[in-house]
Design a protein around this ligand. Structure first.
Ligand SMILES: [Zn+2]
Length: 304
């Protein structure tokens, strides 16, 4: 159920804060297309209501987010995406040194089936390459779906919009997250192994530039916090495992609080916190911020 979105006179999806009050907005319900009015109750913020006084129609916030993201990308004619060699090759772009660039998408389709998969959005680049875009809200794209995209040779970009609940929705912040931000975006396929692009502090400490790491090997990172070593191991999926080596109640409790705040699960068997890939970068950054030293080790290919 949402009473926060309506359709304006040009059938564009508008958030309630983007329109004026009363009937002046000429908005219609996204489901039944009945006229809407903007109300502000004593306890609720501004919201849409059917002008007829009828109960609000049912529509999921997630599907509205898909539609909103599509509109934002379509209006801008593309979006900024993170880049690496594999992505550049698949997209047919000119190799560049920049870790991110604008990807022109003159055409964007909503929830269109393609073989066995139905991406949230399907974009078509100016070079004629089709790109799937998954909007991560209540769930993130699982490996089965990623494999299906890979089987089709369809590059798939995931955009994390999980922060934008109905209460926290902000048209400007969503526009920024969809169009300009790089941090909440990841290519699920093709996917380069290794660390996320933005790590100036670690590059300075690493024995060799991270860009030279062989793609098939995953680096293991060891940060030292209060004299204790904390290992961060990345899996092929992008998930990471965080493990305190040795025992120090303060360090264990610090790692636990960072991990738990980021949807990690504890593995008693490995005595490590397993962090889902969409929070991996946040956890890594938080641990580094607490660390005295950071070092990167190459894992043996057989162990990763
Ligand atoms: Zn309605």
């Amino acid at each position: 159920m949402s009473s926060l979105f309506g359709l304006d006179q040009s059938s564009r999806l508008v958030f309630v804060s983007e329109v004026s009050r009363g009937l002046a907005c000429q908005c219609r319900c996204v489901v039944c297309e009945e006229p809407l009015v903007v109300r502000q109750g004593l306890v609720r913020e501004h919201h849409f209501a059917h002008a007829s006084g009828r109960e609000p129609c049912d529509v999921s916030h997630e599907s509205l987010l898909h539609r909103y993201a599509k509109q934002v990308i379509q209006d801008a004619g593309g979006l900024t995406v993170p880049l690496d060699d594999q992505v550049v090759a698949v997209l047919g772009m000119t190799p560049a040194l920049a870790p991110a660039a604008r990807l022109p998408l003159p055409k964007v389709e909503l929830e269109k089936s393609l073989g066995a998969v139905r991406p949230d959005l399907l974009g078509h680049t100016d070079l004629g390459v089709t790109v799937a875009i998954e909007v991560a809200y209540s769930s993130f794209c699982d490996m089965v779906k990623v494999d299906a995209f890979a089987g089709l040779g369809l590059p798939v970009l995931e955009i994390d919009l999980s922060a934008f609940t109905p209460e926290a929705f902000s048209p400007l912040a969503v526009r920024d997250a969809v169009l300009d931000a790089v941090s909440g975006k990841a290519w699920l396929w093709p996917k380069a192994a290794g660390l996320p692009a933005e790590q100036p502090s670690v590059q300075a400490l690493a024995p060799e530039p991270l860009g030279d790491l062989p793609k098939a090997r995953l680096p293991e990172e060891v940060v030292t916090i209060s004299g204790r070593r904390v290992a961060i191991k990345q899996f092929q999926s992008g998930d990471i495992a965080v493990k305190v080596i040795g025992y120090d109640p303060d360090v264990v409790s610090l790692v636990k609080s960072i991990a738990k705040a980021n949807f990690a699960h504890y593995s008693p068997k490995w005595k490590s916190w397993n962090v889902p890939r969409w929070r991996a970068h946040i956890v890594r950054t938080a641990l580094r911020a607490k660390a005295e030293t950071v070092s990167i080790h190459l894992q043996d290919r057989n162990r990763s």
